[in-house]
Design a protein around this ligand. Structure first.
Ligand code: GLC
Length: 608
């Protein structure tokens, strides 16, 4: 009990000691194998809520969300039950890439407010027991950062070596692809010093040269600056891209997966991450999550295993890349690859990493993705609510720290722009211009972007049915989804069957059931094309999660040797349990207790 009390004080969110203790010793394996649970840590037990500040709440009616706006919504954020807020960049920036092009890492963008506003936000979150994770964007800066201004001014400038330059007299550098550039190349010729600079993203986002130890020290200082303020962690933007082979040899790559994997496996990457950990991260009790596109499952533990002392967690992109984007061009959807068995396979493969060491994350939406309900669920009026609840059930029952993107808690859907003038994202706009120049099929492109563009996830939060959805009294920086008249927070608060209420209950369930955080995950019924079903087991307690991903519902069976106990969560009124079978309605989701039947116990297969 004393142990339990201590834990409760140290980790208030796990108010669950009374229910099931988290084991420190391995349990006897049962049929669903209750093996050792991972080591506890606060950042494994939290639920993270991502706030996209431009679109969250505008406080001064200039049409852009800001820090004071977020402060005015802190009680709402608290009411969700989340423990951490991840805030997209609010640093000074010319906003070529919506804040991911930083011109001063120690200043707040004027559109977003002041440093005093930021300090008030941090205080307000901490007073409510919520931690704050900031975005660390240090693969590149803005070209308007003073370092780059200096660097480009002359070949002898002391900042020259802060960036990657290729002198023109060496000829044209070997091909590197840019994710955003109008012409596609990641090298940009700069006539001032007759040299090319490298920019994996837009030409206004030159890549920093981590090979220069002075650059690394600058970055560590920036990190300390924010940690000393009390920030609780960093989400690290495209962090695997930081190390480069500075001889820039030609590479064989035909499509994004190939060159992304190349970018993500630079020769000194792990050396830099270990140094960053040693010099900064290890000195603070903070959380870290890397954005790790291009990292293969076989390499995952190099980043996150406990004894590597690099990062704690990262986002893998196999799930979001699998479901609905063409492999050779992420700007187009792929309708042929939406196979649920494959999706289950990806989740299961990544869980097997965590079963050994390290810790995972799970997300289905963020500011770079279209809306989760439109993509993995079904945003038709008939299925929007049920399928959004089903997806929240998935997010909150995996063995990984869940990240929920703002707006998903009310089931916000894709806006599906049809006119290029509505877009604000440089990725869409630049590619459109390129296609127009090259005589490509613009109509096909716009149809594709309506489904997959990043702007789908960036439209303003829908707070109420008032004008501009209660987001701003001015002209919003990007159009608001017209479904706000029905899909909004105020309406969801009034409707006890809303996605919002369900989401809050799901969070409470995760907090009260350590098995949902630490329990072993086991996939059931792998080939079932309609149902994603799995168990989570810890200390002899086994829960089953069954999720219909289909407008036709689906059917699956309880695992052999088990009968259904209490239903802990159900997104519909009807129970799917029919003896040993589950008959799920369209997009139905349930979390059930499983009881081992007598035969199983007699055979001595029980957990402890
Ligand atoms: C990351 C960010 C994305 C940004 C890019 C360049 O992928 O999430 O929004 O455009 O990095 O910084």
């Amino acid at each position: 009990m004393k142990w339990c009390l201590k834990l409760l004080l140290a980790v208030p969110l796990l108010a669950a000691c009374a229910h099931t203790a988290v084991p420190t010793t391995p349990a006897k394996p049962g049929p669903l194998g209750n093996t050792a649970a991972p080591r506890r840590a606060w950042w494994k037990e939290v639920v993270v809520y991502q706030v996209y500040p431009r679109s969250f709440q505008d406080s001064d009616n200039n049409g852009v969300g800001d820090i004071r706006g977020i402060i005015s919504r802190l009680d709402y954020i608290k009411s969700l039950g989340v423990n951490v807020v991840w805030l997209n960049p609010v640093y000074q920036s010319p906003n070529d890439d919506a804040g991911y092009d930083i011109s001063d890492y120690r200043a707040i963008m004027s559109e977003m407010g002041s440093m005093a506003d930021f300090d008030a936000l941090l205080r307000g979150l901490h007073q409510r027991g919520i931690k704050l994770v900031m975005d660390l964007v240090v693969n590149h800066t803005s070209d308007e950062h003073s370092w780059f201004q200096q660097s480009r001014s002359s070949r002898n400038n002391p900042y020259r070596d802060y960036y990657h330059w290729w002198p023109a007299e060496k000829g044209t550098p070997a091909k590197r692809w840019s994710f955003f550039d109008e012409e596609g190349s990641a090298w940009r010729f700069d006539s001032t010093t007759s040299a090319y600079y490298l920019h994996y993203f837009s030409r206004k986002q030159p890549d920093l040269k981590w090979e220069n130890p002075r650059v690394r020290q600058e970055i560590y200082d920036i990190m300390r600056f924010w940690f000393e303020k009390g920030v609780d962690g960093f989400r690290m933007d495209v962090i695997p891209f930081i190390s480069k082979d500075t001889t820039f040899p030609p590479i064989q790559a035909k499509n994004p997966p190939e060159y992304i994997a190349y970018y993500a496996n630079g020769p000194r990457l792990h050396e830099y991450l270990r140094e960053m950990n040693r010099e900064v991260l290890s000195k603070y009790d903070v959380m870290t999550v890397g954005e790790a596109g291009g990292v293969a499952v076989e390499d995952a533990l190099k980043f996150i295993a406990d004894d590597r002392h690099e990062l704690q967690t990262f986002f893998q992109f196999e799930v979001v890349d699998h479901w609905g984007r063409r492999e050779d061009n992420f700007l187009y959807p792929d309708s042929t690859d939406r196979s649920l068995p494959e999706l289950k396979g990806i989740f299961t493969k990544w869980d097997s990493v965590v079963a050994q060491d390290g810790w995972g994350t799970v997300f289905l939406g963020n500011h770079d993705q279209s809306r989760m309900v439109s993509r993995y669920g079904n945003d038709s009026p008939q299925h929007r609510k049920t399928s959004a609840k089903m997806l929240h059930t998935l997010l909150l029952t995996m063995r990984a720290t869940p990240y929920i993107y703002n707006g998903d808690e009310i089931g916000m859907a894709n806006i599906r722009f049809t006119d290029i003038r509505d877009y604000r994202d440089l990725m869409t706009i630049n590619f459109y211009q390129r296609l127009a120049r090259e005589g490509g099929d613009l109509r096909e492109f716009l149809t594709a972007q309506a489904e997959v563009s990043r702007d789908n996830g960036r439209t303003p939060m829908q707070w109420s049915a008032d004008s501009n959805a209660g987001f701003t009294g001015g002209i919003p920086w990007i159009r608001i989804n017209l479904d706000y008249r029905t899909v909004n927070v105020a309406a969801a608060e009034r409707d006890t069957s809303s996605v919002l209420h369900y989401f809050r209950r799901m969070i409470q369930l995760r907090k009260s059931e350590p098995v949902l955080v630490y329990g072993r995950y086991q996939l059931l019924d792998r080939e079932n094309p309609d149902v994603f079903a799995y168990t989570r087991s810890l200390n002899g307690r086994t829960l089953m999660v069954a999720l219909s991903f289909s407008p036709a519902g689906g059917r699956t069976a309880l695992p052999t040797g088990y009968t259904a106990g209490r239903t802990l969560m159900n997104n519909l009124a009807e129970s799917p349990v029919q003896g040993g079978q589950l008959l799920l309605r369209p997009y139905q989701a349930v979390v059930l207790e499983l009881k081992q039947d007598v035969a199983g116990r007699v055979n001595g297969q029980g957990g402890n």
